[in-house]
Design a protein around this ligand. Structure first.
Ligand code: 0RA
Length: 653
């Protein structure tokens, strides 16, 4: 790279290797997003995954079974494993220890270890040196060959030589790093985000114990927050975890495990009484949210195998219409995990597997093992076939209902819902739509908005709980039809019911605005569930937001302050009431309706002053579980969940 100052010194004392080392990590610091995706909260957490992935690789190679992650008091991270320890011997060519090479040369991670089965290694597979480059401080401690070694770094550069600091009878690697605050937009780690990734890793890689400890805070008993994850049976237990609040159709999760053409394929599946399809796919422990060839292979294998079994059993003879692929996946929860030697990732977020050979690999694994299963378990096979037929019948009925609805819609002129107050701008990138709880608040919002770019769609009361409703009920629901029509996206049909024509969407900000009370947050959750189940692309594109109306107004004479939390309120009372006689009044806003149009605008709708919370999916599997739990039938786990999360409630949902 010619724009780096060190380039001029390519003579004298500097060896070419030295310069390359420098260039490597300077490149990471210059364009961090190229290496870790972004420098937001996502990229920040990616640093931990990158280090943990190295330990997982050590575990997959058979040398490690314990990984401990710690969020330290000062916000730094420590990852400790009981693997072989990073080698420390002198590296002839580089003229430095192997440890230093691993820590300071880009992509040097697996250099010494070509034979081992290396398939982990993070979404970008950039290695731990990348973490080093993006850390203001990093310390590597290695237990190996009876000795303890240590080296420290600053922004990727060693600040000491490798030192022998003691003796040991264990082996392993301990890496502590502090993300560089001049690079990341935030350096505050979230326990929830890290713990759900570690849980996922535990299920995906059975037999490894992963722990996380948060030393930043203590609970009432003086204990640090801590979680431990260990899965003896892997994917099977992952399914049980995801389906905790769903009613299963067959007793045992179906397991498929095979190595086809050298590619390990692991699949677990279970049918439940719900109507939704929950398939989560992974390649080398990475959640492939955009799918890819492994998913295509799975679907094809599943459909063909079940269809041929059902055909043979004669169960389909009475059906007067074709079964579609979707029918085989209604009420299906499944995890697909493949380990691919040289994965090609495609798609917008590089989470779509492109390797064409994998499709057949997975298809064959499913066909062979599932047809065996069906032959050996005729009782379960019958239950599954019955479920598929029911799904087909319901879908058939739903299509008729939908056609009727759409015909009516055309007869009444089609167009936008009557309740929508649209904005005048036609550019989706600049347009917003507020989904407002209740007609009355909707009216206030219509008065208060900037009509150029803000549209208002009032929703009456509670929208349908899509987690409990059948497909055709969802599409018959007035409020939900209004949302679809207002957004300008069409209701999918049959096979492609999950493929939304997102490029037609009329607004790039969809803002849920409800009362700041229990009912309001329930409605927010209902609407989020609806988007998660039927328009996931909206969330994935970052279009879904939650408005945050104030909780209080503290007033004294002519001055007033809006408050969004108890702390805000206490501070406002103190500041407004300072030194003078009292006369401070506090208004608690129970609902949006208690604000007038001007107040609603200035506190909640004006882009200059409002705070929007963007809805994101950190872990699709976890989101799936949480929504099915919050919105499903079983009350006790929901209560437990709410109580457990009350203290640590994650506002970014
Ligand atoms: C290179 C080679 C070997 C192990 C590792 C790296 C290694 C890296 C990390 C990062 C975190 N924990 C780790 N554990 C091991 C192979 C060493 C050998 O052959 O003994």
């Amino acid at each position: 790279m010619s724009d780096l100052p060190n380039n001029n010194h390519n003579n004298g004392d500097y060896s070419a290797n030295n310069i390359q080392v420098l260039e490597g990590l300077e490149a990471v610091r210059k364009r961090p997003a190229m290496y870790i995706g972004d420098v937001s909260i996502k990229g920040l957490h990616h640093l931990v995954y990158e280090v943990v992935d190295n330990s997982i690789d050590e575990a997959l190679a058979g040398y490690c079974d314990k990984i401990d992650v710690c969020i330290n008091e000062d916000g730094s991270i420590t990852v400790k494993d009981n693997g072989r320890g990073i080698p420390v011997d002198m590296h002839e060519k580089e003229g430095k220890s192997a440890l230093e090479v691993v820590m300071t040369v880009l992509h040097a991670g697996g250099k010494f270890d070509k034979d081992s089965y290396k398939v982990s290694g993070g979404l970008h597979g950039v290695g731990v040196s990348c973490v080093n480059g993006l850390s203001s401080y990093l310390k590597a401690v290695v237990h190996r060959d009876g000795k303890i070694y240590e080296q420290e770094y600053k922004t990727g550069h060693p600040i000491s030589d490798i030192k022998e600091i003691g003796e040991t009878d264990i082996t392993g690697t301990i890496i502590t790093f502090k993300p560089d605050a001049s690079i990341f937009s935030t350096t505050e780690y979230k326990f929830e985000i890290l713990s759900s990734r570690l849980r996922e890793l535990a299920y995906l890689n059975k037999g490894i114990k992963l722990t996380i400890t948060d030393k930043r805070e203590k609970d009432d008993e003086g204990e640090h927050r801590r979680e431990e994850f260990y899965s003896k049976e892997g994917l099977k237990e992952f399914i049980d975890y995801l389906d905790a609040t769903r009613v299963k159709l067959i007793e045992e999760v179906i397991n498929i495990s095979a190595i086809k053409n050298g590619t390990p394929v692991e699949i677990a599946l279970q049918y439940n009484t719900s109507f939704s399809e929950n398939i989560h796919s992974y390649v080398n422990n990475i959640n492939t949210i955009e799918g890819g060839t492994h998913l295509t292979g799975f679907r094809r294998g599943l459909t063909r195998t079940l269809k041929s079994y059902a055909d043979k059993s004669g169960a389909l003879s009475k059906l007067k219409f074709e079964i579609s692929g979707d029918d085989f996946r209604e009420g299906l929860t499944s995890i697909i995990s493949v380990k691919v030697q040289e994965p090609q990732f495609e798609g917008q977020t590089k989470t779509k597997l492109g390797n064409s050979e994998i499709s057949l690999v997975v298809d064959q694994a499913v066909s062979e093992m599932l047809s065996n299963y069906l032959e050996e378990n005729p009782k379960d096979a019958k239950i599954i076939v019955q479920k598929v037929i029911l799904a087909a019948q319901a879908r058939h009925a739903a299509r008729k209902a939908r056609e009727l609805v759409q015909r009516k819609n055309v007869l009444s002129g089609g167009g936008l819902p009557g309740k929508l107050a649209d904005c005048s701008d036609r550019n989706p990138e600049l347009s917003e739509i507020y989904l407002v709880e209740g007609d009355s608040a909707g009216g206030t919002a219509k008065q208060g908005r900037d009509r150029k770019f803000q549209a208002i769609l009032p929703l009456r009361g509670k929208i349908l709980n899509v987690e409990k409703a059948m497909y055709h009920k969802v599409f018959e629901n007035e409020e939900i039809k209004n949302i679809f029509t207002a957004l300008g996206v069409s209701i999918g049909t049959e096979e492609d019911s999950k493929a939304l024509n997102i490029e037609k969407i009329r607004y790039h900000k969809i803002i849920i605005m409800t009362d700041a009370d229990v009912d309001g947050s329930h409605i927010t959750t209902l609407i989020m569930t609806f988007f998660f189940r039927f328009m996931k692309e909206v969330i994935e594109n970052g279009y879904l937001y939650i408005a945050t109306p104030p909780l209080y107004q503290v007033k004294k004479g002519k001055s007033s302050r809006y408050c969004w939390s108890e702390e805000d309120r206490i501070q406002a009372i103190e500041e407004l009431g300072k030194g003078k006689d009292s006369g401070v009044s506090i208004q608690r806003y129970k609902g949006l309706g208690e604000m007038n149009a001007e107040q609603l605008w200035s506190t909640t709708m004006n882009p200059e002053t409002r705070t929007l919370r963007q809805v994101s999916i950190d872990s699709a599997a976890e989101a799936d579980r949480v929504f099915s739990m919050l919105m499903g039938d079983e009350v006790p786990p929901r209560r437990e969940f709410i109580e457990r999360h009350a203290k640590y409630a994650n506002i970014d949902a």
